[in-house]
Design a protein around this ligand. Structure first.
Ligand SMILES: NC(=O)c1ccc[n+]([C@@H]2O[C@H](COP(=O)([O-])OP(=O)(O)OC[C@H]3O[C@@H](n4cnc5c(N)ncnc54)[C@H](OP(=O)(O)O)[C@@H]3O)[C@@H](O)[C@H]2O)c1
Length: 257
């Protein structure tokens, strides 16, 4: 029997692409950088922890891949622009902008964790917008490109303790859909990926110890490895240029919520 989805099919249209990834110093971004580089993509990595990025660049290039990194705080539009400009200067173009940086500072609203609210709004909403602002002019000039924005199951469903996180992840979906409709004239694709529980450092970003404990247990029980996300990214990128995968929502098979 001929397989319908082979590794070869998944790897098509990835090799040679220049992919900028925010939040590449751990978790989903790191796993995706590795996965795409192994399949011939050139990856430009941004996050605040420069030493983690450099270690990943070293690992990828030692294996024969192409990668570089720039310390980037996505809450600063100029830094995101610098990352994208550097990728284009170095590699001549940008094919994919993966707006992935994030944190999960869950807490009940009545605790008034305003710093946590601000950080989630700044990283998830402004960070994604700054990624769009930085990459869009290049993609328009190229007459092609691909934005992949990371939402969450929480962008589809709000729950107790995650109102602000869910609001910002809903905003990512709304921005992605608006972008999708606007960028048709330039052959630009837009994908929003909404993962369920995936094993990363994300639970460490919960600042309230009692909430962190519950989330830690949930992740220990349900979370699937980060390459689940990397495969979803690869699936979207690897489609022929006239196919635009707009939404991917996935959960661990055992996850109910
Ligand atoms: N894991 C899950 O279960 C899950 C589920 C749904 C959605 N998500 C989403 O997936 C994305 C990636 O999270 P993850 O699970 O991989 O968690 P993670 O391991 O904690 O990674 C988060 C990444 O975001 C970066 N980041 C945070 N604030 C940043 C800032 N201001 N500027 C630049 N980079 C920043 C971190 O790097 P630095 O600290 O070095 O800056 C890190 O590389 C997030 O948007 C998250 O909301 C994850």
């Amino acid at each position: 029997m001929t397989p319908t989805t082979s590794d070869a099919a998944l790897n098509g249209n990835i090799a040679g692409k220049v992919v900028v990834i925010t939040g590449a110093s751990s978790g989903l971004g790191e796993a995706t950088a590795r996965y795409l580089a192994e399949r011939g993509a050139t990856v430009a990595l941004g996050a605040r922890r420069a030493e983690r990025l450099q270690a990943l660049v070293h690992e990828i290039t030692t294996r024969g891949g192409q990668a570089f990194a720039f310390a980037t705080d996505v809450t600063d539009a100029a830094q995101v622009q610098r990352l994208v400009d550097a990728a284009v200067e170095r590699f001549g173009r940008i094919d994919v902008m993966l707006n992935n940086a994030g944190l999960m500072a869950h807490s009940p609203l009545e605790r008034r964790k305003i710093d946590d609210w601000d950080r989630m709004i700044d990283v998830h909403i402004k960070g994604v917008l700054y990624g769009i602002a930085a990459a869009l002019p290049y993609m328009q000039k190229q007459n092609g490109g691909h934005f992949i924005n990371v939402s969450s199951v929480a962008g589809h469903k709000v729950g107790v303790n995650n109102a602000v996180y869910a609001a910002t992840k809903t905003a990512v979906r709304v921005l992605s859909e608006g972008l999708r409709q606007e960028v048709k004239p330039w052959n630009i694709r837009t994908t929003v990926i909404s993962p369920g529980a995936v094993a990363t450092e994300l639970p460490n970003s919960v600042t309230e110890p009692d909430i962190a404990e519950g989330i830690g247990q949930f992740y220990e029980t349900y979370a699937v490895p980060a390459d689940s996300f990397a495969r979803a990214v690869a699936f979207a990128i690897s489609q022929p240029d006239d196919v635009d995968i707009n939404e991917i929502l996935f959960r661990p098979t055992r996850q109910v919520l």
